[in-house]
Design a protein around this ligand. Sequence first.
Ligand code: LLP
Length: 423
Amino acid sequence: GSNQLVYRDQTLQMEGVCIDTIAGAVPTPFYCYSSDAIRTAYLTLSAALKPIGASVCFAVKANGNLSVLGLLAALGSGMDIVSGGELERAESAGVPASKIIFSGVGKKRSEIASALEVGIHQLNVESEAELDAVIEVAGALGVRAPVALRVNPDVDAGTHAKISTGKKHDKFGISFEDIPALYAKALAAPELDPVGLAVHIGSQILDLSPYRSAYSRIADLVRSLRSQGLPVRRLDLGGGIGIPYDHGSSPDLGEYAKIVGETVGGLDCELTVEPGRWLVGPAGILVAEVLYIKETADRLTAIVDAGMNDLMRPAMYGAVHPVFPLKQVRQGSHTYQIAGPVCESSDIFGTYSDLAPLRSGDRLAFGCAGAYGASMASTYNARDLAAEVLVDGDRFRVIRRRQTTKALLTLEEETEWHGSPST
Ligand code: LLP
């Protein structure tokens, strides 16, 4: 975790706020983020990238909360979006369209149109069929679409298979060999302004060497395109920088910048990176309450009131989020399996050794939950979407109220039948 999370008088605090105080006002489970951690992360990253002149577009998918986006926007961050919904979020947070890049493998025509209408900085195109759709939509709107082609560099990011995107059989990007012809096609289309290339090899990358391979291949491609008379002025280097969850350490950003500099630095291109997790992951926790302690044949299980619908990462990727009791009041070291209430065998946060004895009513915080936590949550089992809280110094406020079943039920009110009743 980040140093914004500390124990003072055996009580877990985020910045100057005692988490238990928040839990007194906001029912568990809830997410809680440190503004200071997000600000510090952004400033640290932009400082590291300054020597290579790369700008930052935050990957909204990691955490799309309006206040979180607003915080980053105020620092000057651009945004990387993957849907019309994320476009609405980025715009609502006050991000100018000139700082928004639209990535993603399956953009609908309506989403392409919305992006072009607001004057988006760049659309990253992932197939020839999508390129044709952009030509069609831009033509209908009478605008010239700034497009980058997303390259699949066929590089193994060395990360979890479910978050690896840069191998040739992954669904993402356009294969290396197909880029020149497509780039030429884009250049010939009056509806398009081909601005450059994009690449993203995967997520939660702790060993930086795959970046070197991918960026070197991109550099070769830029040189080859240019030699064919195809101009390339921008490179979008993707996101993916990992964070330590239960082990390891964060990659050295200076080393990352060095790799960028040595591979694509001399090409005289505008450079952008699209980190999500690194900026917000360590800044967030998910706070839950222990409902029951259950002793089964071979283990002690603590059932908590947060589940896989709130934080899907353990069930989906086998991720292990560190656990911090809100109060360090008891002594001892026990092993607990921590499980959620959802009716799925995979609703398990993990098995944690070295925990002080737990009792019903104790509260826990799962660390490193600021990225892909709330943004991936669902209402499975008709569970409310958890509230989100932002801490700033000695204050906190709710930045998203709990979404209740009552609110969702209004979407399910009876509507008129279409068609005729069967006889
Ligand atoms: N750019 C593109 C095109 C992406 O697809 C992604 C993430 C990012 C940037 C940001 O990657 P980051 O810096 O956050 O690693 N739900 C998974 C992660 C999925 C990432 C998908 N794409 C998880 O919880 O680990």
